[in-house]
Design a protein around this ligand. Structure first.
Ligand code: BTN
Length: 243
């Protein structure tokens, strides 16, 4: 593993992408920064984080023989790796909110942005961006967020946290081809936020509606039982789960 530490950068995902395209960065290169000024989230959202308090990093992983259709398996394995580390640290009520937010109770503690580089029908490599709220205590602008400090009542060393997370991520990424998608899916579904509970969803341009989350499909779409007793599958771009 090769760790690049930067005082400040726009986005660690974008910076690592430029290292990859311009300099052919090596497998398991990690870029971490104290201050991210243009952090990117899922669905074009902005990722805000207090400088120096939290972990904002990106990891580059090369694959061989990983099909484009295995993107959901990759996302689930990344989320499960972080999930397991947070559980080991004793964070209460950790759950995975589809597609890959990590919650403690009903507050978000970690966001994940996986960006894949494709070669034909394969995922040649991925940049895995992680934003984990570690020592931030004030979330007045983000009332639905929490941190490790708020969950455990004590600060955590950022360097140690980073290394522990990388070890967990590496274990899942290096064994991706040996892990069966069915088992990964089962593990993911077991810890899915609001599984089997009535939830509120928004569809683009439509009124909010109720449904019960039943799991995910082979493609990683969300399976929702609707009020008319039909099961509907939704892709990430189609639907948003209210927290
Ligand atoms: C989300 O929950 O919407 C995903 C947030 C991902 C944020 C991380 S912080 C490090 C990396 N660099 C970015 O620009 N984004 C990811």
């Amino acid at each position: 593993m090769h760790i690049v530490k930067l005082d400040a950068i726009g986005s660690t995902n974008s910076y690592l992408k430029s290292l990859y395209t311009e300099k052919g960065a090596k497998d398991m290169t990690v870029v971490v920064t104290d201050t991210q000024t243009d952090g990117r989230g899922q669905r074009g959202a902005v990722w805000e984080t207090e400088p120096g308090k939290n972990l904002t990093f990106s990891l580059l992983k090369y694959f061989s023989g990983l099909g484009v259709d295995e993107h959901a398996k990759l996302n689930c394995l990344v989320a499960l790796a972080i999930f397991r580390v947070l559980q080991e640290w004793g964070i209460p009520n950790v759950r995975l909110k589809w597609p890959n937010d990590i919650m403690s109770g009903n507050q978000k503690i970690c966001g994940i942005l996986v960006e894949n580089m494709l070669r034909g029908n394969e995922i040649a490599s991925s940049i895995i961006g992680i934003g984990l709220n570690v020592n931030q205590t004030n979330f007045t602008n983000l009332p639905k967020a929490t941190s490790i400090y708020l969950a455990l009542g004590k600060a955590m060393d950022l360097e140690w946290a980073l290394r522990t997370l990388i070890v967990g991520l590496r274990a899942n990424l290096e064994t991706i081809s040996q892990q069966s998608w069915l088992d990964v899916r089962k593990s993911y579904e077991e810890v899915l936020y609001k599984k089997d509970r009535v939830s509120i969803f928004s569809c683009k341009d439509n009124a909010p509606f109720n449904g019960i989350i039943k799991g995910i499909t082979r493609n990683g779409e969300l399976k929702v039982l609707l009020e008319d007793d039909t099961i509907q599958h939704y892709a990430v771009k189609q639907i948003r789960l209210h927290s």
